[in-house]
Design a protein around this ligand. Structure first.
Ligand SMILES: *Cc1c(COP(=O)(O)O)cnc(C)c1O
Length: 240
């Protein structure tokens, strides 16, 4: 699949260019290829050219694909809604979780993560634009939640994740063309909240800010993201 190869190479080149200009958090930028609703063959095409990080939103679909691919060198990120009865499967199959907004779910993941595995990397999802109908902890509550999660064993708290409001407003139907200035405002707010949290927590593992998708990852990188989550711009439209 030359197409996937070309797209990943182009995105990596952009990341390279932007992150040498403004990598505010120090870590190399992680490109997560969001492969939800994409076939195993697409994931294999991407991994064949060295893509390691993949993102999924639906537990059942993800686990079936992870088992089928069975490649221990791949790093799996969960970024969807989490029901309590799914935590055991997530704790077993994933390396990162981006969508934590409740202590209860974090506690379950901590209890269920095998001590034989490395700690599960956790990002707290912040509802940066305070849209009460949407997922994510409020900015005001985010640092307290971070402290509580930092105290749990078998988890490693790595940072924050956010989805800007204009995407939330579309009810999860993300489009390539988005209002850049709205995104930028949210990303800027998110970066400053993240820096406050870093200062308050004094936890050296807390050094990742996951924001930016196909339509706005350039803006997100400019505003300090060091994890971008890109689906459509790599794999094309998703099957429904
Ligand atoms: C689907 C999804 C993405 C990728 O979106 P694209 O617009 O296809 O790049 C990123 N983050 C989350 C949380 C998602 O659910």
């Amino acid at each position: 699949m030359i197409d996937i190869e070309t797209k990943i190479a182009a995105i990596n080149a952009q990341i390279q260019k932007l992150s040498t200009k403004k990598n505010l958090l120090g870590n190399p930028v992680i490109l997560v290829a969001v492969s939800k609703k994409q076939p195993v063959s697409a994931i294999r095409s991407a991994s064949a050219i060295g893509q390691k990080h993949f993102g999924e939103n639906y537990v059942q679909e993800a686990v079936a694909k992870i088992r089928e691919i069975d490649d221990k060198s791949l790093i799996w990120h969960f970024m969807g809604a989490i029901q309590s009865n799914k935590t055991v499967v997530i704790a077993e199959h994933f390396d990162w979780v981006h969508s934590i907004d409740r202590l209860k779910i974090a506690r379950r993941l901590s209890e269920q993560r095998s001590t034989e595995k490395s700690p599960l990397n956790i990002l707290i999802q912040v509802n940066i634009d305070a849209d009460s109908a949407k997922a994510g902890v409020t900015p005001e509550a985010s640092i307290d939640l971070a402290r509580e999660i930092h105290a749990l064993p078998n988890l490693c708290l790595r940072g924050f994740m956010a989805l800007p409001a204009n995407k939330l407003a579309q009810g999860g139907k993300f489009s390539i063309k988005q209002d850049e200035s709205l995104s930028r405002q949210s990303f800027t707010k998110m970066y400053s909240l993240f820096k406050n949290a870093q200062a308050a927590l004094n936890n050296e593992s807390f050094n990742y800010l996951s924001m930016g998708m196909s339509g706005d990852f350039v803006v997100a990188l400019e505003e300090g993201a060091n994890i971008v989550r890109i689906g459509t711009a790599i794999f094309g439209p998703r099957s429904s």
